[in-house]
Design a binder for this molecule. Structure first.
Ligand code: ATP
Ligand code: MG
Ligand code: MG
Ligand code: MG
Length: 489
């Protein structure tokens, strides 16, 4: 079943059950606490917090999500994308646990002809919170899941909260058993790669207070209205229903891996784990980058822009490393520094625009931004790679395993190498980096800049002695403006 169909079936299932379909919000919302929308419930926050009255009791959506926390997992686990689509159903003071569990179960296990996903019920393992007897009894007595396939888990996995004071409540997660080829027996508690989490049902029922311990929250009392918030990972369901190994090989991402393989002259899935991780990073990050640019983000040196920059740069480096590998074996279709971003991002737009037509509308802009970043990063790499190689060689020659803070700082300060890049390149060379030394030098530099600014400011204050000239005529005005702009650089 194709990803597009999986999305549509979800929406149809919940529309049929009286939910209003709400289109995905942008990945970037006007919320200073949130870099990117990272869950389906985010656009509904004002309703859950009681700040606004929802125009519906039940809603359903497929929300674009970006989780930067998962960047390091990409390509290494089988199930973490930086961009993914979270399908959800929401109840605002309407239905609660029984219906939420029933709706989820019927969508997962109904046959394909009936509009479901046709998943074998025996492969599904629900979890419930430690003391949530009510949810356990619904799963066991009403749905009929055998007791040994229902696991109880603690605060970290099965309790949700948002803010203090704020709404909170137990969760019930649904896992799919991929079988012994993927890990050990024993349910999600034993192995979250074999038992892959597909759906999280949150039962918002209480108000959380500031107290509590490591294993519990202080509960101030029940919410005036109980709510339901659920999130199903579309990419994970696609992985299961398409019978592929991981979320990067599904219908929307595998074409990008295949293109990267043609562009780099390197085979995917040929038994080289490091290569395969790079292919998955290319597919995952290129997609996230395209979606972010489509939602108005531009590469930059901090915040959202930096995340985008980092994603694009990781694509460029992964392509180059793969191409360099095939150069060594004589199969490279082109030199490692040839631009490839335009082709890759265009393909992302092709694969994703049936669900997100704004991407096709903005194709030129999205491709241009990504290609420009590739070009500027190529210059950075050309300038800094030799220094990095020299530093790495000198470190190894001296029988050390840590690149000095000095070198990391010079790479950053003179060649524009972000520390992440130095860390990544060092790790590839089997080295670490003296981060502490680097951070100290950065702090010193900041201090110097501050001192300079103060000096300039006091220089600026000294200008007052020229005030009498200033008062005389317009020529000195220019000088004053220049000094001001210099002081504020
Ligand atoms: P995991 O434990 O596997 O990291 P999670 O508990 O962090 O997942 P939730 O916050 O419960 O995930 O999100 C709801 C659903 O969204 C998950 O059940 C999963 O199907 C999906 N999901 C979460 N993170 C990712 C991701 N990085 N890539 C793809 N799907 C994801
Ligand atoms: Mg997670
Ligand atoms: Mg989890
Ligand atoms: Mg979860």
């Amino acid at each position: 079943m194709q990803t597009h169909d999986i999305r549509q079936r979800f929406l149809d299932h919940f529309i049929k059950a009286g939910h209003t379909e709400v289109p995905s919000a942008s990945l970037v919302l006007d919320d200073p606490n949130l870099l990117f929308v990272n869950a389906g419930m985010v656009p509904f926050k004002p309703y859950f917090l009681g700040e606004q009255t929802p125009p519906f009791d039940r809603a359903t959506s497929v929300q674009k999500c970006v989780r930067t926390l998962d960047i390091e997992e990409v390509g290494i686990t089988t199930r973490h994308n930086t961009f993914f689509q979270m399908a959800g159903n929401f109840s605002f003071g309407d239905y609660f646990k029984r219906e939420a569990i029933g709706f989820a179960w019927s969508l997962l296990t109904n046959s394909v002809d009936e509009g479901g996903y046709g998943i074998d019920p025996e492969k599904l393992w629900p979890t419930v919170y430690l003391d949530d007897d009510e949810a356990e009894s619904i799963w066991h007595d009403e749905i009929g899941v055998p007791a040994e396939r229902i696991q109880r888990r603690g605060l970290k996995d099965n309790y949700w909260s948002m803010g203090v004071p704020g709404p909170c409540g137990p969760c019930s997660e649904i896992f799919y058993d991929r079988g012994p080829a993927y890990g050990v027996e024993g349910g999600p508690e034993a192995d979250e790669d074999r038992y892959i989490e597909i759906w999280n049902l949150v039962f918002m029922q209480n108000v959380r207070g500031p107290g509590g311990g490591k294993d519990n929250y202080e509960i101030l009392g029940p919410l005036p209205k109980k709510n339901i918030d659920t999130g199903l990972g579309i990419e994970r369901v696609a992985c299961i229903l398409q019978g592929v190994d991981n979320v990067y090989e599904t219908d929307l991402l595998k074409p990008i891996i295949d293109l990267a393989s043609r562009l780099t002259g390197r085979a995917y899935g040929a038994g080289n784990h490091d290569d395969d991780v790079k292919f998955r990073v290319i597919a995952d990050h290129a997609r996230t980058a395209a979606l972010l640019i489509g939602d108005g983000v531009l590469p930059g040196n901090d915040g959202r822009g930096y995340v985008l920059r980092r994603l694009l740069r990781r694509v460029v480096r992964s392509v180059r490393l793969l191409t360099a590998g095939s150069e060594a074996s004589g199969t490279a279709p082109a030199a490692a520094d040839q631009p490839t971003m335009g082709d890759i991002i265009s393909l992302v737009v092709d694969t994703m625009s049936p669900s997100y037509p704004n991407l096709a509308e903005q194709r030129e802009h999205i491709v241009d931004v990504a290609v420009a970043e590739e070009a500027s990063f190529s210059k950075t790499l050309a300038a800094g790679s030799k220094l990095f190689a020299d530093a790495a060689t000198a470190t190894k020659a001296a029988d050390r395993s840590t690149i000095s803070g000095d070198d990391a700082f010079t790479l950053h300060d003179t060649y524009g190498f972000p520390i992440d890049l130095t860390l990544e390149m060092a790790a590839e060379a089997g080295l670490s980096v003296d981060r502490e030394g680097f951070t100290e030098l950065m702090a010193e530099q900041k201090q110097r800049a501050k001192a300079d600014a103060t000096a300039r400011k006091s220089g600026h204050a000294d200008l007052s002695v020229y005030r009498e000239f200033l008062d005389r005529g317009p020529t000195l005005f220019t000088g004053f403006d220049e000094l001001i702009s210099e002081a504020t650089v």
